[in-house]
Design a protein around this ligand. Structure first.
Ligand code: NDP
Ligand code: 8X3
Length: 259
């Protein structure tokens, strides 16, 4: 039987790259996102190119009922989910705590924390019944060290870190692996979303940085997912060479040197 992976937020960036790599490696794929046109074209592409079974689930991870309904329907079609990648997420805005937009805060908390929890709540019992499975949560360097103006986004990723640790404890008796992958700056649609479609501002984030690409993270996810059954990567922080952590990168280093 082919192994099956469910990737949330697969219409772009890391999620799309992860779904594509796992299809190439012979997995059946379940993809999720809110943009159905993108989901359908990825489904067609993966089916045509790799001959894999691909199920597209268009729902918003913030919508608890939609998550429950979609996963319940999925269970009629799929007997086992081997890997869940909780990837759907976003940053909205970049502002100090006294000036932040509270709608942006709600959006980040609802997506990055509550969305991850809603999906996990539906999939973890399936894995518990199977006594196997692997949950891979996409955290961030922002969840290891807070940075200026990052406040609520950083808090959501600190929460992903805490939840990953807790899930590992809760699910350990059932042989379920839990891995947190914490990327640094990566060139996806992340900054375009954060800056509300401002392409110039988004592009500036990556100037002179040689940032990570989505495929770098897909490779890391695949590495973690293909280790022997007794081995679990608990926590993996990955940055490009020009970034030391969420606060300090080559631009900051140059600014200090020029003083
Ligand atoms: P992208 O913006 O390229 O991709 C984000 C994906 O999440 C899209 O597929 C989007 O799909 C989906 N998504 C967002 N909100 C929802 C929602 N409410 N319901 C379902 N899907 C949703 O960004 P990345 O690939 O960079 O981001 C993926 C993850 O990686 C995020 O959790 C992000 O925080 C994290 N991350 C990103 C880093 C970076 O520098 N790029 C570094 C560290 C972590 P759609 O809009 O169709 O719903
Ligand atoms: C995304 C990376 O540095 O913009 O998590 O927070 S960063």
């Amino acid at each position: 039987m082919n192994k099956t992976i469910l990737v949330t937020g697969a219409t772009s960036g890391f999620g799309k790259a992860i779904a594509t790599l796992f299809a190439q490696k012979g997995f059946d794929i379940i993809i999720n996102g809110r943009r159905n046109d993108r989901l359908q074209s990825l489904k067609q592409e993966l089916e045509a190119q790799y001959g894999r079974k691909v199920i597209a689930l268009c729902f918003d991870v913030r919508d608890k009922e939609a998550v429950q309904t979609n996963i319940a329907l999925l269970q009629k079609e799929v007997s086992q989910i081997d890997i869940l990648v909780n990837n759907a997420g976003l940053a909205a805005g970049l502002a100090t705590i006294d000036e932040g937009d509270t709608d942006n805060w709600d959006n980040m908390i609802d997506t990055n924390i509550k969305g991850l929890l809603y999906v996990t709540r539906q999939i973890a019992p399936m894995m518990r019944e199977q006594c196997s499975g692997h949950i891979i949560n996409i955290g961030s360097t922002a969840g290891k060290l807070a940075y200026k103006n990052g406040n609520v986004y950083c808090a959501t990723k600190f929460a992903v870190d805490a939840l990953s640790q807790s899930m590992r404890i809760d699910l350990l008796p059932y042989g379920i692996k839990v891995t947190a992958i914490n990327p640094g700056m990566a060139e996806t649609e992340f900054s375009l979303v954060r800056f509300d479609g401002d392409k110039d501002r988004a592009a500036k984030m990556y100037e002179g940085v040689n940032a990570l690409q989505a495929n770098d993270i897909a490779d890391a996810v695949y590495y973690c997912a293909s280790l022997p059954p007794h081995v679990c990567v608990n926590d993996l922080t990955i940055t490009c060479l020009t970034q030391a952590n969420g606060f300090y990168n080559i631009k900051e280093a140059e600014r200090i040197t020029k003083k």
